[in-house]
Structures are given as structure tokens and as C-alpha cells.
Design a protein. Structure first.
Length: 314
């Protein structure tokens, strides 16, 4: 354990130019041996890991938190600037972040810890960057779970037609008005009340970190790129396919941490994954919702640290 840890401002921003886009990230304990990247969920940012970074930094982990493109203080490009935004693009962002930001200072395998959408990005990285990833901790893991491979196959013509319809729909859907109403009429607090089982954790800091990015003038165009990108992505970037690919190699250990009171992604999906893929470890946290890392940080940090500590890699 690093007993000489110097406390840093976990939200202190750093900026990195990625393919012409400004990306915001923070780090605590950068001098430490084992790199971790914390990946936030939909609508959140690197600041959502406010109760986790310091814990790991004090235990000799270089704790990085990254604003995925389109979120937080990173740029919010639209379809014209970047095309479709999905977990393939965010995985490429993480890959280059490892290469350009972490590797000059640290050659060790990287641990990925994700919440919801961040978990999907982490799983994508585990498949595409398996030689660089030590383990993935997903809390929870979104997306549909399909047992039958045949169900994932669609006729090319029908898929193209569906993707075209989705694209046209979201191009004309008034997301600018929707986001304005969400921010101004208190819908963000309502959403957080649904996500959090423990309402006392919904403090002004949390509301601020979720609200500010929504109020940016580029938010709607980026959300449009996400809606189109996630709805039309290829099957190989969906959870069922990614889990099968990871299962074939088992090179990257996977821990699921699931809140028993998760209203967004119910626990039965986590149990389904654990039943289909016996090598995946599932930890259930009672009396916690969709954001265990912020609702029950002491529990989340302890479970995650014990998992990492027990891995043969370390």
C-alpha cells in the first residue's frame, strides 16, 4: 500500500487532443504502479467517481477517470463531426488514451471499472484490447442478453431499412427541446431518484455534474449521434456477442457488481449472465441501486479491491 500518497483534487481537469476533439480526464496517484481507468455511465462524467479514486490511489493504483466523448467536459460532436457515437468509438478512445496518456508513464496492464454504459465500453475493450486489459469490473452491465445466436442474425436489407428509419427519426426528433425541458423542469432529479435507491446520496454536487453537460449548446447534436449510433451498431458490439468472444479466450477476468434494487437494469439480467457464463463472477449488493459506486462507495471499493488483489496477475 502506498503510505506516502499525497491527496490531490480528484476533479482537477486535464485535456487531451484525440483526433481533433478535446477530451477531459483526471488522475489521482499517477505515480503509482497499477493503472485503473474508471468509465462513467450515460449522462454522467468522470466526476461521478468522486468517492472511489482516492481509495484506490492510496492502495498504489494510478486512478484515471475519463470523460467519454459526448459527456462531461469533453467535446460533444454531432453526426457531421464524428458520425455515429457508440461503444466502438468509445473503445477506440480508451485504446488511444492508454497508448498516448498512460503508456508514456506506465507499462502495466490496465484495469477497467465501469458503471452501466461505461461497463459496456469496458467489456468492448476487454475483447478488442485483451492483451492490455488485466480485468474488467462492470457495475452493472447494460444491453440485451440473447442466448440463441440465430436471433442476432438479420437479413442485410431489413437491417439497412431499419437503420435508415432510425437515422431519419432521430435527425428530425426535437432533442434540443427535450434536453431543455429535462434540464429546466426538474426531470434530472426525477431520473436520479429512479437510479438511486438511497436518496440521501443525491446531493447538489451530483445534480450539478449531471446537469451542466446537458445545458451545453452542443449536447443535443451529440445525443443524436449517440441515439443513432447505439441503435444501429453492428451485432459484434452488442453484449451477447462480446461475452461469447470473451468467454472463448477467458483472458480477461470479469466481475459483475449489481445492485439488488437497480430499477434501470434489473438484477435478473446479471443472474442470467452469470448462469450463461459460469466463469463470470457476480456480486450482489443489497439495498443499492444503479450506481453502487456512488450509493455505497465503501462496499463497492472493498469488493473491487478484493477482486483485484486476489487476481493471479497481481
Amino acid at each position: 500500500m502506498n503510505t506516502n500518497f499525497k491527496e490531490e483534487n480528484i476533479n482537477s481537469p486535464n485535456y487531451w487532443n484525440w483526433n481533433g476533439f478535446k477530451i477531459c480526464w483526471s488522475v489521482t496517484g499517477e505515480q503509482n504502479k497499477i493503472p485503473i481507468i474508471f468509465l462513467h455511465g450515460f449522462g454522467a462524467s468522470r466526476k461521478h467517481w468522486r468517492n472511489n479514486l482516492e481509495y484506490f490511489a492510496k492502495r498504489d493504483f494510478a486512478s484515471y477517470s475519463l470523460d467519454l466523448i459526448g459527456f462531461g467536459d469533453s467535446d460533444q460532436p454531432g453526426i457531421r463531426q464524428i458520425g455515429r457515437l457508440n461503444n466502438e468509438i468509445w473503445c477506440n478512445q480508451v485504446k488511444d488514451f492508454i497508448t498516448q496518456v498512460i503508456r508514456p508513464k506506465n507499462s502495466g496492464k490496465v484495469i477497467l471499472i465501469g458503471n452501466s454504459l461505461g461497463s459496456l465500453v469496458a467489456l468492448t475493450c476487454a475483447v478488442l484490447l485483451e492483451d492490455q486489459i488485466a480485468t474488467v469490473i462492470a457495475s452493472p452491465l447494460p444491453d440485451q442478453i440473447k442466448k440463441n445466436k440465430e436471433k442476432e442474425k438479420k437479413k442485410s436489407f431489413l437491417k439497412k431499412l431499419k437503420d435508415r428509419f432510425i437515422t431519419i427519426f432521430f435527425i428530425f426528433f426535437p432533442l434540443e427541446i427535450i434536453l431543455f425541458l429535462i434540464a429546466k423542469l426538474g426531470f434530472i432529479r426525477i431520473g436520479l431518484n429512479s437510479a438511486y435507491f438511497k436518496k440521501d446520496n443525491i446531493d447538489p454536487e451530483l445534480i450539478d455534474l449531471v446537469t451542466k453537460p446537458v445545458l451545453r449548446r452542443t449536447a443535443a447534436r451529440s445525443l443524436r449521434a449517440m441515439c443513432i449510433g447505439m441503435s444501429t451498431r453492428d451485432v459484434k458490439f452488442q453484449v451477447s456477442y462480446l461475452l461469447r468472444k470473451l468467454s472463448a479466450s477467458k483472458k480477461v477476468p470479469l466481475l459483475l457488481i449489481w445492485g439488488a434494487k437497480d430499477n434501470f437494469i434489473p438484477l435478473f439480467l446479471g443472474k442470467k449472465i452469470a448462469n450463461l457464463y459460469r466463469w463470470v463472477k457476480l456480486k450482489i449488493v443489497s439495498n443499492s441501486g444503479h450506481c453502487i459506486h456512488d450509493e455505497d462507495p465503501a462496499v463497492f471499493n472493498s469488493i473491487s479491491y478484493q477482486w483485484i488483489r486476489d487476481l493471479k496477475t497481481f
